[in-house]
Design a protein around this ligand. Structure first.
Ligand SMILES: [Zn+2]
Length: 492
């Protein structure tokens, strides 16, 4: 691949013709899918383009003038991307960002095609910067296309989708091998508090920028019951913690070899969690500090903000642009708010044990009772396993959700879990309502929510899609692909 003086990749005439054909066919496919109303057309156009021209993704990414940042990890990558996109936009850049959740190869290819013209080249834009949310399992494949990222952000590695990704050690190995294929100047932006992430491929000379939480008042005195604690990344010895924030994130050290959590370059020195409203985050960077109001709840969103700040610093974006994080709106299913029949309804995705726990803790952290619809769905053939609900910390939140309604095709399993967590009270009227059908369950939960009070829907994906589709049919929300503009998109 050769590059012209204007930063354009030189292509032979047949290669360019093939690329133009691939891009135009992909655009036609996207138009067709949208016209048919068959979803948002986020993956198929990418597949079409890559089938015709397997080099299309790498070629288009190479044309982004200011390079690309990749964000991966088990949880928080989509929100981190949207926060970073806000900061980039405030700094005058034009982030080329894939749609939240469309984070495999075809989704990223579709994003690049949306930013390309009919000639098969990326539209000329001196301010364009790539920002890719990358599924951790697809990371090795996508690294082969995004060959020289400016930075790779890794948020955390949790037990997630056991039936697809096996154990966290497997994902860690996958990321480690891929990081080794990166050029030496790609910065690694890593969560210091996650021992699985902090020393990823530690023998490499790539620049490392660490983010982490320093506010030990937020720590839990005992081990988090939701966690499976990792072993020392150097000697496989047992780790000890002076402070656990949640799951296995905290201030850790190895008693055997002395390896310990690295000092963060970007740290949350003081975090005030303000319940469902969000948090106030004091960020200390090398020579400066700032205070950010994060309008998304929970400590996990403070971590996402720290990751975004660390990446923004590496991209040399001015500190004043960091305030743009305060403008972040909830993405689809990330505490997305919908007004329904006099109630604020929040839709929150919880797809694994830690995600479910942290969403519940964020909403119920102020210990004030709230109305909830909880969902659990398996995905036959794809994600049949739901045994992880036994690792969710329902137990510490007993009594905070009066008469919860549970739904989804595994609603009965969830009800059993809640029973063992002590959520079923002596008062039969306050007991769990089991209604597998998500729409009927939603209406039942809303009907029993007192006038003017909010309701939270916390669930795996299928239930949320079904509820949201019904809300859209009723005219309460628009289509997801139109709404996912929380992060600016520069599409003609
Ligand atoms: Zn050790």
């Amino acid at each position: 691949m050769t590059v012209s003086s204007a930063g354009r990749v030189r292509l032979s005439a047949p290669a360019l013709a093939r690329r133009a054909f691939a891009v135009s066919m992909a655009k036609a496919a996207r138009g067709g899918i949208r016209q048919l109303g068959r979803g948002n057309g986020s993956a198929i156009p990418g597949l079409v383009a890559l089938t015709i021209d397997p080099t299309a993704l790498a070629g288009l990414v190479a044309e982004i003038r200011r390079g690309a940042v990749m964000v991966t990890g088990s949880n928080g990558k989509g929100t981190t991307c949207r926060m970073l996109a806000q900061v980039m936009a405030a700094a005058g850049l034009h982030p080329v960002l894939n749609q939240e959740g469309s984070n495999q190869r075809s989704g990223i290819a579709a994003t690049m095609i949306a930013h390309s013209g009919p000639t098969g080249r990326l539209r000329r834009d001196a301010q364009a910067i790539g920002l890719f949310e990358v599924d951790e399992g697809s990371f090795p494949e996508i690294v082969r296309h995004v060959r020289r990222p400016r930075a790779v952000v890794c948020t955390n590695i949790f037990r997630d989708q056991l039936d697809r990704y096996f154990e966290p050690a497997y994902i860690k190995g996958l990321l480690e091998r891929s990081v080794r294929t990166l050029p030496a100047d790609t910065a690694l932006i890593l969560n210091a508090d996650d021992p699985r992430v902090a020393f990823l491929a530690s023998d490499l000379s790539n620049p490392r920028i660490y983010f982490g939480v320093e506010d030990t008042e937020l720590g839990r005195s005992a081990a988090d019951p939701t966690s499976d604690f990792p072993r020392c990344p150097r000697c496989d010895g047992e780790l000890t913690y002076t402070c656990v924030y949640y799951a296995h994130l905290g201030h850790w050290a190895c008693a055997n070899c002395g390896l310990s959590r690295p000092e963060p370059d970007v740290s949350g020195s003081k975090i005030d969690l303000l319940g469902p409203r969000g948090s106030r985050l004091q960020v200390v960077m090398q020579a400066s500090e700032t205070v950010l109001g994060i309008p998304l709840p929970g400590l996990y969103n403070a971590y996402n903000a720290l990751a975004a700040v660390a990446a923004a610093r590496h991209c040399q974006l001015p500190d004043r642009s960091l305030q743009a994080i305060e403008q972040i709106t909830a993405g689809s299913f990330r505490m997305e708010r919908v007004h329904v029949a006099g109630h604020d309804v929040y839709l929150a995705l919880a797809k694994n044990a830690n995600g479910y726990t942290e969403v519940l803790r964020a909403v119920l952290g102020d210990r004030k009772p709230k109305r909830m619809l909880l969902g659990l769905n398996d995905f036959p053939g794809k994600q049949p396993d739901t045994s992880w609900i036994w690792d969710v910390d329902f137990d510490s939140l007993t009594g905070l959700v009066p008469a919860p309604v549970v739904c989804g095709n595994r609603a009965a399993d969830l009800a059993v879990r809640l029973k063992y967590a002590g959520w079923l009270g002596a008062d039969p009227d306050a007991n769990v309502v089991v209604e597998p059908d998500p729409v009927r369950a939603f209406r039942a939960a809303l009907a029993q929510t007192p006038a003017g009070q909010p309701m939270w829907v916390v669930s795996t994906q299928v239930v949320l899609w079904q509820v949201r589709r019904w809300l859209r049919q009723q005219g309460y929300v628009g289509a997801v692909w139109r709404e996912q503009s929380g992060a600016p998109q520069w599409q003609a």
